[in-house]
Design a protein around this ligand. Structure first.
Ligand code: AMP
Ligand code: MG
Length: 354
């Protein structure tokens, strides 16, 4: 059966629909909802059967744990055994917001929700629709991104409907999300906090608040033998249907190289997509050029990344070339997602020219 889609905004919340959605979750059903990062696929975090349903709906491996969403600071105490001082400081600064913390889990949290781990990922989202839903559901909602496993995360309710419209009960449509990339994940189960997934809250911002913070080794050297500590980061997520390559080097060389690849590929009958920016789009001589945003406003690039990848799936291109986007603050998060989408395929035009 098709999921019921209900529109609302953070300013005008449909209380009746929230109450029904809360009841669906309490009864073990699945409801997708907006957050400030991406859309989430919610189930009752305390119900092992609901968590299993989430894995099944997404086609997600069940060793890839879910994030437990809360809507009150004090809810945290019930699901973890210990809150280190640094975690408390960070929560005070960035919750509600795009921050997920990994802590030692309390007995009450089912192993199904944590993918068999003794730790639990917790987030307090700032989106008001998400908060109302979490409260209506009893306070603890397990929610991964509401996409089919392997597809780009959903940034609109329409993306959710495309992927999961026939396998979940309800979709709360709060319009396009704000940030467009998943939350920053920080692990507090070791002496020094470790970033397991970069996001809107950057490493520099974390260091400003906490002092020493490490980056997970598996993220820095993704091709090495070191496995990322977040089980989900090892998968080739966000993969578009076409082959995607990132072209790296000085901007003029990148543009020249992409124009060259475009000509060669078109000669052999391939349909080519190009991911460009406001600043560069006019320099491409053909292909399907999609503008991802402006280099002057890095938020626009984060916001549009998944939408652009989904659009390319629909135009059935065979190959996509993307510029790289090492922007000052969110560049690490943007490039982490783009590199995964590309299966780490990078064409370095600097080296080729030398
Ligand atoms: P998603 O829910 O799709 O945003 O993905 C959640 C991410 O959080 C995945 O990469 C998970 O592997 C990671 N994660 C969730 N719980 C834990 C945990 N207890 N320890 C480490 N990583 C986790
Ligand atoms: Mg996801």
């Amino acid at each position: 059966m098709a999921a019921e889609v209900i529109q609302m905004t953070e300013d005008v919340i449909n209380k009746e629909a929230i109450a029904r959605a809360g009841k669906i979750l309490k009864d073990g059903g699945l409801v997708a909802f907006p957050t400030e990062t991406v859309y989430g696929l919610g189930g009752n975090a305390m119900d092992p059967t609901a968590s299993m349903k989430i894995y099944a709906a997404k086609g997600r491996p069940s060793d890839n744990p879910l994030i437990v969403h809360i809507a009150e600071m004090k809810s945290l105490e019930k699901i973890v055994t210990n809150i280190p001082e640094k975690a408390r400081i960070l929560a005070e600064k960035y919750w509600p917001g795009p921050l997920t913390m990994i802590l030692q889990k309390a007995e009450i949290v089912p192993m199904e929700t944590t993918g068999g781990l003794n730790t639990v990922a917790v987030r307090f989202p700032s989106d008001k629709i998400a908060q109302e839903l979490i409260r209506a559901a009893g306070g603890y909602v397990a929610a991964p991104s509401a996409n089919t496993s392997g597809r780009p995360s959903p940034t609109t309710a329409e993306h959710v409907r495309e992927d999961l419209g026939t396998v979940i009960d309800m979709i709360l449509d709060g319009g396009p999300v704000g940030i467009g990339l998943e939350s920053t994940i920080v692990d507090f189960t070791e002496e020094i906090p470790i970033v397991l997934r970069p996001g809107y809250i950057s490493l520099e911002m974390l260091r400003e608040t906490l002092g020493e913070v490490k980056m997970d080794k598996g993220l820095i050297a993704p091709d090495s033998k070191v496995r990322p500590k977040a089980p989900g980061m090892k998968y080739r997520h966000y993969a578009p249907k076409a082959d995607l390559a990132i072209v790296k080097g000085p901007m003029e060389k990148v543009i020249a190289a992409i124009n060259h690849f475009l000509k060669e590929d078109e000669k052999s009958g391939k349909k080519v997509g190009i991911i460009a920016t406001e600043e560069t789009k006019k320099y491409y001589s053909g292909g399907i050029v999609k503008c991802i945003g402006s280099r002057e406003e890095e938020e626009t690039i984060a916001h549009n990344l998944y939408e652009v990848l989904r659009e390319f799936d629909q135009c059935e291109v065979n190959v996509i070339y993307s510029e790289e986007f090492y922007t000052p603050r969110m560049g690490q998060a943007i490039m982490n997602r783009l590199l995964k989408a590309a299966g780490h395929k990078i064409i370095n035009v600097q080296e080729e020219a030398e």
